[in-house]
Each structure stands twice: as structure tokens, then as C-alpha cells.
Write a protein that binds this ligand. Structure first.
Ligand SMILES: [Zn+2]
Length: 242
């Protein structure tokens, strides 16, 4: 008898709880109908996928188009959606390598308006080359199949300023500028010539890469890749191809 009583009491409690939950739910739905209209959900941006360039000239054209969008504040942010992440997780497919400066104002993916897996980047201050840079660029050409290498200097480059300066710099910074110095030796002691020195540095780096054996020199000779110089303007965002 007592057992029976407890069972009924327990059943009553369960029913009360269930009923309370129902009331809450119906209140919720009531609130939903009377609440202010829902704010539009953040829709993902429209997917932009650009075709893979088949030749060096197509690759250069795609970089120029991307930079034009960036200059005009019309970046399309291509190849950055979830689908692109999944595809690139299987295999990267960059079409261009950028040998650029480490300067935080010159990020290649942003200034060329490209996405995940589009650009293979080697960055050192003053885009000073080293064995590691050479191996990286050779890998991008021989294994990944990039169509173009852009060597990109920029306005107000601190590394080039250091290289044409006459002060001895601390630590490994001196070693770094010593790599750049041969290409800018006519400008040493002439800080007012920073822009000319930066462009001369880029041109010297391009020539050195074109001669670099055994891989890059062969690919250039066979017309499979182009290695081109560029100079970035900080205020306008323009990449000037030299
Ligand atoms: Zn720089």
C-alpha cells in the first residue's frame, strides 16, 4: 500500500515536471512570435574561385588583376572558403612564388588578393636570398609547378636602408645587410637614394635567380617559368612591375 502511494506521488512529480517544461516551451514559442524580427544571419561570403593559370603570362595577369582589386578597395578574397580548405589539405596548388620582404606592410596574399594555396612565399628582410630561399623556390618550381617567381621590393625598406647606410649593425642584422650590399654598392652612403637602391636590389636578385643552377636557370631557359621584378608602393597599394 505504502509502495503504491510512493509510486503515485512519483508519477505526479514526473507529470508536474513534464508539464512545467511544456509551459516553458510554449512560453518560448510565444516569445518568439512576439519578439522583434530576427537579425539576418551572417551569410558566408559568396565563394570566389579563380581558374588556375596555365602559363607564366596567365599567372602574371592573375597577380595584376588581384593587385588592381586591392588598389581599388575591391578585394574579392578568393579561395578562402571551407571547400578550398578541404581541397588544399589534399595537395597545395600555388601558381606563383613571391620572394618578398618580411616587412609587415607587404603581405603578398593581401596585396595580390589571392587565397589559400595560391602563393608560395619566401620572405626575408630586404628579400635577402640565402641557401634556404633557393631551395624553397626550387621546390616551388620543380615540385609544385609554379609558373612565375616575383621578386618584390618595396618603399621605405629598412633592410635596404641598412645596406646603404655606413653604420655597423648589431648581431646578425649586419650579416643580413651584407647579403644585400653587393647589389646596392653604388648607393652606399646615399640615404636619399633609397628607392633607386631598393629597385636595384630587386633587379640584382632577379638576375641572380635567373642564373641559379641547376633548376631555375633551366626552367627559365625552357620558358616554363618567368622570374620578374616588382616594387610595392606602401600608400597606394600598387605593385609596380619593373
Ligand atoms: Zn623591406
Amino acid at each position: 500500500m505504502t509502495k503504491h502511494f510512493f509510486f503515485i506521488a512519483l508519477l505526479g512529480t514526473v507529470i508536474s515536471l513534464a508539464s512545467a517544461c511544456q509551459t516553458q516551451d510554449s512560453d518560448k514559442s510565444k516569445n518568439n512570435t512576439t519578439a522583434a524580427p530576427e537579425v539576418a544571419k551572417n551569410e558566408p561570403p559568396a565563394t570566389v574561385a579563380l581558374p588556375y593559370p596555365q602559363t607564366p603570362d596567365e599567372a602574371i595577369a592573375r597577380l595584376k588583376e588581384g593587385n588592381a582589386r586591392f588598389i581599388n578597395d575591391q578585394s574579392a578574397h578568393p579561395n578562402r572558403d571551407d571547400n578550398r580548405k578541404i581541397i588544399q589539405a589534399q595537395k597545395q596548388t600555388p601558381f606563383a612564388s613571391i620572394m618578398g620582404c618580411s616587412d609587415s606592410r607587404v603581405p603578398a596574399e593581401i596585396v595580390f588578393d589571392q587565397g589559400l594555396g595560391d602563393l608560395f612565399i619566401v620572405r626575408t628582410a630586404g628579400q635577402a636570398p640565402a641557401i634556404a630561399s633557393f631551395g624553397s623556390l626550387e621546390f616551388s618550381v620543380a615540385v609544385l609547378g609554379v609558373k612565375v617567381i616575383v621578386v618584390m621590393g618595396h618603399e621605405k625598406c629598412g633592410a635596404v636602408a641598412g645596406a646603404i647606410g655606413t653604420d655597423k649593425l648589431p648581431g646578425h642584422i649586419e650579416d643580413l645587410v651584407n647579403i644585400i650590399r653587393p647589389g646596392v654598392k653604388t648607393f652606399i652612403g646615399k640615404p636619399e637614394k633609397l628607392e633607386e637602391a631598393s629597385k636595384a636590389n630587386v633587379l640584382a636578385e632577379v638576375e641572380a635567380l635567373k642564373r641559379l643552377t641547376p633548376i631555375l636557370s633551366e626552367y627559365v631557359k625552357e620558358g616554363k617559368i618567368k622570374i620578374i621584378p616588382a616594387y610595392y608602393h606602401l600608400e597606394t597599394g600598387q605593385v609596380e612591375f619593373l
